[in-house]
Design a protein around this ligand. Structure first.
Ligand code: KG4
Ligand code: ZN
Length: 347
């Protein structure tokens, strides 16, 4: 089955062709980072407009690179939730127009489910390794999920305030680095060895939740008080290390509690080399297999949307052309009674 994926939820315009949910034939991504950098963050209206300008070119490139034409496509998958509403509508409108004119099925994909399925693109054999533990770390979300099978998720932990990507982006801004901050911090921190534990690591008690607002405030206070302090690359490395430690620590406790043997590290922040390295070390010491997609599949892209869409189509069928678009929608909500705590076996 050949699926065309479209992704426009934030500031990347992307189209991809994926065969059978696992084989990427093309994955074209037009980033708007340069446009938004001058404002220090994504400007929603400007993002929508640029998606409109670029969508057709990106689609044409994706078809060309995959060496196929629109009639070859069996279905169209598009991110329809969550994201910037105006931006999402561009991709959804394009997908609906294609589905209607080509008489092909349409399927709406949850953006975070797309991120999870980037791991299946990296390692198709994951389908035989359920249950999986997924750490989803993006610009707007930080979540630990237990995945029992295709489309079956249980939320184990989430952030109480900022997402990990947000902590990177806001921290970078405090350090005077341009948007998007995560890759900038990673770049200047790469040659440094953090060792002072300059910044606090939050501890959310018995839960598997995260909190990143404290480390951001600590950074702001450090910059205000020290009036310079340590060199910027080392400061970036210390800050990155605090975020990485919190992610690795809580993920380790989740592995301990659930006994899950396969870990997927996905979302834009998963592109962070230091996070990958420390997560790998922790997981391999526990005998846990880790899957981290290559950078282009970690950050926003349409191949992951096509992959998730393929499995959704097989499981639930297509969506009507009246399919809606949602700025906010949880992939899964945390059980009110915190039943995930009953998995506390070995801690
Ligand atoms: O998944 P993503 O591309 O978009 C959302 O769904 O939000 O994630 C974007 C986030 C941004 O916060 C960006 O700063 C962060 O991922 N990011 C990184 C790195 N590359 C992207 N954070 C740390 N290190 C990186 N190398
Ligand atoms: Zn994303």
């Amino acid at each position: 089955m050949l699926v065309l994926g479209l992704e426009t939820s934030c500031d990347e315009t992307s189209a991809a062709l994926v065969r059978d949910g696992v084989q990427v034939l093309s994955n074209v991504i037009a980033s708007q980072a340069a446009l938004h950098a001058r404002y220090g963050g994504v400007v929603p209206e400007a993002a929508s407009r640029m998606h409109v300008e670029r969508m057709l070119y990106v689609l044409q490139d994706a078809l060309q690179q995959a060496d196929c034409t629109l009639p070859d496509v069996d279905a169209i998958a598009v991110t329809n939730r969550p994201g910037l509403l105006g931006a999402l509508l561009v991709g959804v409108s394009a997908a609906k127009a294609l589905a209607q004119t080509l008489h092909k099925p349409l399927v709406g994909v949850h953006h975070l489910e797309g991120h999870i399925y980037s791991a299946f693109l990296a390692e198709p054999q994951l389908q035989t390794r359920f249950p999986l533990l997924a750490l989803v770390v993006s610009g707007g979300h930080t979540m630990l999920l237990r995945m029992e099978g295709h489309g079956e998720y249980a939320l184990l932990g989430t952030t109480r305030d900022d997402a990990a990507g947000e902590a990177f982006d806001k921290g970078a801004r405090l350090m005077g680095l341009p948007y998007p901050g995560g890759p900038q911090i990673a770049r200047i921190a790469a040659a440094e060895t953090p060792n002072s534990r300059l910044f606090p690591r939050s501890w959310m008690g018995d839960t598997l939740d995260f909190s990143f607002s404290g480390v951001k405030t600590a950074l702001r206070q450090y910059i205000q008080r020290s009036g310079g302090g340590i060199p910027l690359p080392l400061l970036a490395a210390e800050y990155q290390e605090a975020i990485v430690d919190m992610l690795v620590n809580t993920t380790e406790r989740a592995l301990q509690r659930t006994g899950i043997q396969t870990l997927c590290l996905v979302g834009g922040v998963a592109a962070n080399q230091r996070l990958q390295q420390k997560m790998q070390n922790m997981a391999s010491a526990r005998g846990v297999h880790t899957v981290t997609p290559q950078t282009l599949l970690c950050t926003d892209n349409a191949a992951m949307i096509a992959a998730a869409g393929t499995f959704t189509l097989q499981r639930k069928g297509s969506d009507p052309l009246s399919m809606d678009t949602f700025a906010a929608q949880n992939l899964v909500t945390k059980p009110a009674n915190n039943t995930y705590r009953s998995e506390r076996a070995s801690i």
